[in-house]
Ligand binder design. Structure first.
Ligand SMILES: Cc1cc2nc3c(=O)[nH]c(=O)nc-3n(C[C@H](O)[C@H](O)[C@H](O)COP(=O)(O)OP(=O)(O)OC[C@H]3O[C@@H](n4cnc5c(N)ncnc54)[C@H](O)[C@@H]3O)c2cc1C
Length: 366
């Protein structure tokens, strides 16, 4: 067969338009696919919601609840508390909320002006029961369905209750220093022990005739003790033996915390060594039941012999709770799930490291 140049040009033009058509159809199909996927993922993201389960209605559990109900992703909140409501609301010990945390909590609607308590230097002093009662009262005012199960101890038997809940879940273990919820749910119980290079002693005075009126703290730093009264050879060490004293608590129960920087003086060594403890695993994801588990408050860390700082440390850690909830509700890929867990664990770790480095200095050795 013979082709002249006109035929060839015609043939090439036809092939060209044929190929262009193919490319156009393919690109359109890809664009429609990407667009539909984007729309579906947007709809899925917008509809994604979370059930939050909190174990423990102490100050950290209930503050977490207050934050959670204000996240638009959270549609249901369940709280397990082993004690009954009146015991929770009548807890008598005092809490001191630091100025930065007062503004953090105000941001979540805590109306300090209508809470019984005392102010001094921007710190708010109240009874823990007053704070807990306030949160229990305001939680139902928010959109999320809230169920506080007082008198219900969380145990292995309760795992099924969580498993049958549909959709993605977040369990916050806020069951305090001796809490086992994290362990029951599969978190490691391994702890890291740290030293703040200090020794400390704690004394408590209870005057049962007094009412539970909140009282501000008294701090005295750099007190020189003449240790020669006990061991004469330690006289020369006297200049190094600088103590700091903090008196806190309410008018019925006053606590005296004495701290001294670590030294080789025998009398100082005889005081209680300060050991700080923090959980090494504070967040995990259980894929079988699409559940995130984290620990907060005393269940996560406990610091030194008693600086009266535990609640503040627990509250500080809650500043990452809202962003964490936002992230995990929409996290679909393994990468997103892992990076959300790392985000929460790193924040928890930073709180510990900051306290170890500056904590006692800020709160006892100013
Ligand atoms: C006498 C005293 C005085 C204190 N004074 C101060 C102070 O002045 N300043 C300060 O910052 N800190 C103070 N603290 C420390 C403070 O109490 C804690 O740091 C704080 O309560 C920790 O809060 P949390 O919510 O993590 O744990 P917790 O307050 O211990 O709350 C844990 C909650 O979980 C519940 N729970 C436990 N196990 C389960 C379970 N299996 N199922 C269901 N519920 C469970 C418990 O009943 C409890 O309600 C004091 C403590 C005491 C005892």
């Amino acid at each position: 067969m013979r082709c002249n140049s006109d035929d060839l040009a015609h043939y090439m033009q036809a092939s060209y338009s044929h190929a262009s058509m193919h490319i156009f159809i393919t690109l359109s199909a890809v664009a429609v696919f990407i667009g539909t996927r984007h729309v579906f993922s947007k709809i899925r993201n917008e509809m994604a919601n979370l059930t939050v389960i909190i174990i423990g209605a102490g100050p950290i559990g209930l503050t977490s609840a207050l934050i959670a109900v204000q996240c638009k992703r959270v549609h249901r909140l369940v709280i397990f508390e082993e004690e009954n409501r009146s015991r929770v609301e009548n807890r008598s010990y005092q809490i001191t909320i630091q100025p930065s945390l007062v503004s953090f909590l105000r941001g979540y609607g805590v109306d300090f002006d209508n809470l019984e308590g005392e102010w001094q230097d921007g710190c708010f002093y109240t009874r823990v029961g007053v704070y807990l009662e306030y949160i229990i009262h305001v939680l139902p005012l928010y959109r999320a369905e809230t169920d506080i199960k007082f008198g219900t101890k969380f145990s292995r038997d309760c795992i099924d209750t969580i498993d049958v809940m549909s959709g993605r879940k977040l369990v916050l273990c806020c069951d305090g220093r001796t809490g086992l919820a994290g362990q029951i749910l599969g978190l490691s119980d391994e702890c890291a022990y740290h030293s703040t290079a200090s020794f400390g002693a704690l004394a408590a005075i209870e005057r049962s005739s007094q009412t539970l009126v909140p009282k501000p703290e008294i701090r005295v730093h750099n007190i020189g003790f003449d240790l020669s009264a006990y061991v004469s050879s330690e006289l020369e060490e006297k200049s190094k033996s600088t103590f700091s004293l903090k008196i806190f608590g309410n008018s019925r129960c006053r606590f005296l915390a004495l701290a001294v920087k670590k030294s080789d003086t025998k009398i100082v060594k005889a005081m209680k060594t300060v050991l700080d403890k923090s959980k090494t695993e504070t967040a995990a994801y259980i894929s079988d039941c699409d559940t995130f588990v984290i620990t907060e408050g005393d269940a996560s860390r406990s610091f030194n012999f008693n600086t009266g700082m535990d609640i503040n440390l627990g509250l500080k850690s809650l500043s990452s709770l809202k962003p964490f909830i936002e992230r995990i509700t929409v996290a679909e890929t393994e990468y997103n799930i892992m990076s959300s867990l790392i985000y929460k664990m790193e924040h928890s770790d930073r709180i510990c490291k900051y306290f170890l480095k500056y904590g006692l200095k800020e709160y006892l050795f100013m």
